[in-house]
Design a protein around this ligand. Structure first.
Ligand code: AMP
Length: 471
């Protein structure tokens, strides 16, 4: 069973730096929010490719000894998110193989929507798969290609794929990066000047990785574009015909860090505007604006600025909550949320509170938080959500549950309000969301808010059914 639905990931690539693996490690550290299940780095010294993958957080996997075992001037890295059932090292990326095209390591972010069909076809034709990740499908397609150059084989493979991918690939002496023709997932390009006028190239899902390694942001890898860097230099080519763009709006709503530039736009700018527009669309008389940390912080700042209601951090997050926590044998009510968040009673007692978060998915966390704020003494709780109701699952790489579990798919806003026990509930409109990301040319995908998928999902029923099985 492919696990592509859970490919919320971060990718990085470094070309031409004496400490490439170390820079990849730092970049992954900055991209840790994009996935905490496993991480890996493949590096090459020009003759040999080495790959190391591990389960858990970047800082725990890459000890100085591991980094030292990854020498060379070229490196790619990946950090992966997954739900519990898929926690296997075999699915960690990069994927490295020795095939008829030489040593290749590849990693990607996104979900290939026809991976199931491609894999079945490849297996019928004799390919043997080691894991259940979509990435392996790309490698088999490349290995099978009759094209002589690596770039041509990759081009041929990519043209068979449907859906979302931002991909980084490394051989002994060449790096190729590419984005799917519609540009669902981000991939930024950066550069560093080294001594002697040499240039090091860097690629990463988000520019916050460049800030940490000291690279300058040079723009986006364009949708449908492939960049190849090898001994002969740097070449950019459009490998696929132009297609309507479908940049994931959820990157700006929730997923990316506010200090990143994503799809050429500062996430901070979008997120603050989300909050300002939310305040215009759903004003309320209140005493304090309180974010749900960390996801609601920037939108709450925007809401407060627009409404002139004071902003207060009245929910404190414990940043050290790990995945493995020994629960006390006596069940404590709402233990999970209490572990993560604690209210500041002093700021909430007797107040009318505007609580701002980015989204309601199932509604269960939101209800616990509303209850927590109320039990800390809030007189009124007005929940404001900085995007429209989430009504449809994502098939392009964001982990949203099935329609059955999405509270927004099956209930009116009033019903959701009652479920989460808020005094009022306001969602930002689709128009507001478009305005916040400055989408004047229909460049974004809003499928999770509209159910209109920007690709032909011929196997939609199957994709839906598979989703149902996994959650
Ligand atoms: P709930 O009300 O139980 O649906 O939980 C909503 C919370 O989940 C919000 O605080 C969101 O920030 C967070 N959230 C939304 N989408 C995702 C996602 N794809 N992955 C992880 N957390 C998410």
């Amino acid at each position: 069973m492919l696990d592509g639905f859970h490919e919320e990931c971060g990718v990085v690539a470094i070309y031409g730096h004496p400490e490439a693996a170390n820079l990849a490690y730092l970049a992954l550290y900055a991209l840790q929010h994009r996935g905490q299940e496993s991480a890996g780095i493949a590096a090459s010294d020009g003759a040999h490719l080495e790959c190391f993958r591990g389960m858990g957080h970047v800082a725990d996997i890459f000890t100085p000894r591991v980094i030292a075992s990854l020498p060379g001037r070229f490196a790619i890295g990946h950090t992966r998110y997954s739900t519990a059932g898929d926690t296997v090292l075999l699915n960690a990326q990069p994927f490295a193989v020795n095939c008829n095209k030489g040593q290749i390591a590849v990693a990607h972010n996104g979900n290939i929507t026809n991976a199931v069909e491609l894999r079945a076809k490849l297996e019928r034709e004799g390919s043997i798969f080691q894991a259940t990740s979509d990435t392996e499908v790309i490698l088999h397609l490349m290995a099978r290609s009759r094209e002589r150059t690596l770039a041509a084989a990759l081009r041929e493979a990519l043209l068979e794929l449907e859906g979302a991918f931002s991909l980084v690939l490394l051989t002994e002496n060449r790096m190729i990066v590419a984005r799917d023709p519609q540009g669902f997932r981000p991939l930024a390009m950066g550069q560093m000047e080294l001594s002697g006028g040499r240039v090091c190239y860097a690629f990463a899902s988000e520019t916050c990785a460049f800030d940490l390694i000291g690279a300058t942001y040079m723009g986006e890898v364009e949708p449908g574009e492939m960049i190849s860097i090898g001994p002969e230099g740097f070449t950019r080519e459009r490998y696929a015909p132009e297609a309507p763009r479908a940049q994931c709006v959820f990157e700006h709503v929730y997923f990316s860090r506010p200090d990143s530039i994503v799809f050429g736009r500062a996430v901070q700018e979008s997120r603050e505007l989300l909050g300002r527009l939310l305040a215009r669309e759903h004003p309320v008389e209140a005493d304090v604006v309180v974010p749900v940390p960390d996801s609601g912080v920037t939108a709450a700042i925007g809401y407060a600025a627009e409404s002139h209601i004071p902003y207060r951090q009245a929910l404190i997050r414990n940043h050290y909550v790990g995945r493995t926590f020994i629960e006390p044998s006596q069940a404590i009510r709402d233990f999970g949320v209490k572990l993560k968040l604690n209210p500041v009673r002093h700021l909430l007692e007797g107040r009318r509170v505007v609580l701002v978060d980015d989204s309601i998915v199932r509604g269960t966390t939101s209800r616990k938080i509303v209850r927590m704020v109320r039990s800390a003494g809030a007189r009124e709780v007005h929940l404001r959500i900085s995007c429209p109701p989430t009504v449809s699952p994502c098939f392009y790489g964001v982990d949203t549950p099935t329609k059955r579990e999405l509270i927004g798919a099956n209930n009116t806003v009033e019903e959701i309000r009652r479920f989460v026990e808020a005094d009022t509930l306001g969602y930002l409109s689709l128009g507001g969301l478009r305005e916040a990301v400055a989408d004047h040319d229909c460049n974004y995908c809003y499928a999770c808010y509209t159910g209109d998928y920007p690709t032909d999902l011929v196997n939609l029923e199957e994709l839906m059914a598979k989703r149902g099985e996994r959650h």
